[in-house]
Design a protein around this ligand. Structure first.
Ligand SMILES: Cc1cc2nc3c(=O)[nH]c(=O)nc-3n(C[C@H](O)[C@H](O)[C@H](O)COP(=O)(O)OP(=O)(O)OC[C@H]3O[C@@H](n4cnc5c(N)ncnc54)[C@H](O)[C@@H]3O)c2cc1C
Ligand SMILES: NC(=O)c1ccc[n+]([C@@H]2O[C@H](COP(=O)([O-])OP(=O)(O)OC[C@H]3O[C@@H](n4cnc5c(N)ncnc54)[C@H](O)[C@@H]3O)[C@@H](O)[C@H]2O)c1
Length: 458
């Protein structure tokens, strides 16, 4: 005997609970199944705890560099990792509790705690109980990718999950992977007081970004004393008297880095291998992502997939937007689609990188005639006043249509400033609109019209 619902939602990440809210408001019965914590990666082991810890790291950095502002601390600055963790736990747990309370009080929604697995196209097993539904929504997210690297089985290593439990300072943290996750942790722990080395197999950091962005980020991290080992193409691990030996096959430097701790930040794997998708007939691609159409339907008409598990986005805002698209189509007769979404994200090192649309390299390879405007943050008054002049702004536009194609704002408040450009792109307005807008002084955004006015053909 199975319990029947109008809808089953597997995974309580960034899309599932909101969809449960909309469906129950519409009078439907919903089973929401979560095997760990509501809020998923972002709330528990991703965005929220990392950004809370980044704030502690920023405070330590400001304290250490206080004399630049005329502020004397009067002694060495030390970081209490137990207190850092306690602050992070408080912020995270309050957020999770908010979700638990909301879902707990949601009339028409039954929360099942356990691992869900398909036993037929309309039925799911959770802890020995069979649930069935007319429609099923997947929001199962992803986990740290742990490839079978030589020696990995002989050492203990950290991921984004276990790093959240650290309440001691690693003496020397070796971060494998020089991209979004790796760089945030690398700078954070350096500021907490660890020695940090980043080991990246590619020739530069954040290889998806323009070379100028990678170079500037490299400078920012090296200025803080972070060691970099690029082109580490054949990494292997071994136990060592002082911790873990990471063998790197680089062009320069020693062949081995010995750390007290190793953090693996080399991408994510979708949680689709233990769902019984084959029983339901749901197709995945060769990397395990659920194949979906522009409105997030899978290969099975009554099953949808939202968030990281569909490979269409890898961010909280894209997972939430997936919920909006599904809800609009099913409940509002509004045919919203994924292809209406523009790429936008931030990298939360300090100063942050705010990005939207195409990189310059992508714009160049699109075959358009393009205009590019740049400005170093050292020529932005607000950045100078704050004493935070690292980085630069770049805007790329189409010379013929006057559309803005993309932007990279690496600098203080870059994660916020980029939205002025992103919204203009959504409005499909020509860059002249932003060029003539009068912005508030003194802000970083007030220089956007100047960057546009100074754009040149490349
Ligand atoms: C360290 C780190 C920092 C990040 N920082 C940012 C950031 O600053 N900004 C940003 O936009 N994004 C950030 N991200 C990415 C962001 O966390 C994810 O894109 C987002 O959480 C994806 O949401 P989701 O709903 O798809 O999946 P998730 O949040 O992963 O939720 C999936 C849920 O499904 C549950 N589940 C899985 N399988 C089953 C099953 N079979 N049965 C029952 N339950 C199941 C899981 O337990 C989990 O709770 C970060 C990620 C990491 C790792
Ligand atoms: N601020 C944010 O929004 C934020 C923060 C963290 C994570 N995320 C999301 O999580 C996703 C995963 O982030 P990530 O940084 O783990 O992965 P990633 O896929 O962005 O980068 C992985 C990095 O590891 C390197 N790498 C891969 N295999 C390696 C190996 N064997 N040895 C050494 N280096 C290796 C790659 O060259 C690459 O630079 C991101 O794509 C992003 O969408 C977002």
């Amino acid at each position: 005997m199975s319990r029947h619902f109008d809808a089953i939602i597997i995974g309580g990440g960034q899309a599932g609970p909101s969809l449960a809210g909309r469906l129950t408001q519409a009078g439907q019965t919903v089973a929401l199944i979560e095997r760990k914590h509501l809020g998923g990666t972002c709330v528990n082991t991703g965005c929220k705890p990392t950004k809370t810890m980044v704030a502690s790291a920023y405070a330590a950095h400001l304290a250490r560099t206080g004399t630049r502002y005329g502020v004397e601390i009067g002694g060495p600055v030390t970081v209490d990792m137990k207190a850092v963790k306690a602050r992070k736990d408080k912020v995270t747990l309050e957020s999770r509790k908010g979700l638990d309370d909301w879902v707990g009080g949601m009339k028409g929604c039954t929360l099942f705690r356990g691992h869900a697995r398909f036993i037929s196209p309309h039925e799911v097993d959770v802890g020995g109980e069979t649930l069935s539904a007319d429609r099923i929504f997947l929001n199962v997210g992803g986990r740290a990718n742990i490839p079978d690297m030589p020696g990995i089985g002989d050492i203990s290593y950290l991921t984004n999950v276990s790093t959240m439990e650290l309440d001691v300072l690693p003496r020397h943290l070796v971060v494998v992977g020089g991209s979004y996750i790796g760089l945030e942790f690398a700078q954070m722990f350096r500021r907490f007081g660890s020695q940090v080395t980043i080991v990246e197999k590619g020739p530069r950091l954040v290889g998806r970004e323009d070379e100028g962005v990678s170079d500037a980020i490299r400078g920012i991290l090296e200025n803080e004393g972070i060691g970099l080992r690029l082109k580490a193409e054949c990494i292997s691990f071994a136990q060592h008297a002082d911790g873990v030996a990471v063998n790197v096959d680089c062009d320069d430097g020693d062949r081995m880095v010995v750390g007290s701790h190793v953090l693996l930040a080399i991408g994510r794997t979708p949680n689709t291998d233990d769902l019984g998708l084959e029983v339901a007939g749901v197709a995945t691609d060769k990397r395990g992502y659920v194949v979906v159409d522009d409105q997030l339907r899978t290969s099975v008409p009554h099953i949808w997939a939202m968030g990281d598990c569909n490979g269409k986005g890898a961010f909280t805002h894209t997972a939430y937007n997936d919920f909006e698209i599904v809800a609009a189509n099913l409940l509002d007769n509004n045919p919203r689609k994924v292809s209406d979404r523009l790429s936008a994200y931030a990298l939360y090192i300090d100063p942050p990188l705010g990005r939207c649309g195409m990189s310059e390299a992508e714009a160049r390879s699109s075959g358009r005639s393009i205009l590019v405007g740049t400005r170093p943050m050292s020529q932005v008054g607000r950045a100078v006043e704050k004493g935070e002049t690292q980085g630069f702004m770049k805007i790329v536009a189409d010379a013929d249509t006057k559309e803005i194609l993309g932007a990279a704002i690496l600098g203080t408040t870059g994660d916020e400033v980029v939205h002025g450009i992103l919204d203009l792109m959504y409005a499909k307005a020509p860059y002249t609109v932003l060029q003539r807008a009068v912005h508030i002084h003194p802000t970083v955004s007030e220089l956007l019209p100047t960057v546009i006015a100074e754009m040149k053909p490349v």
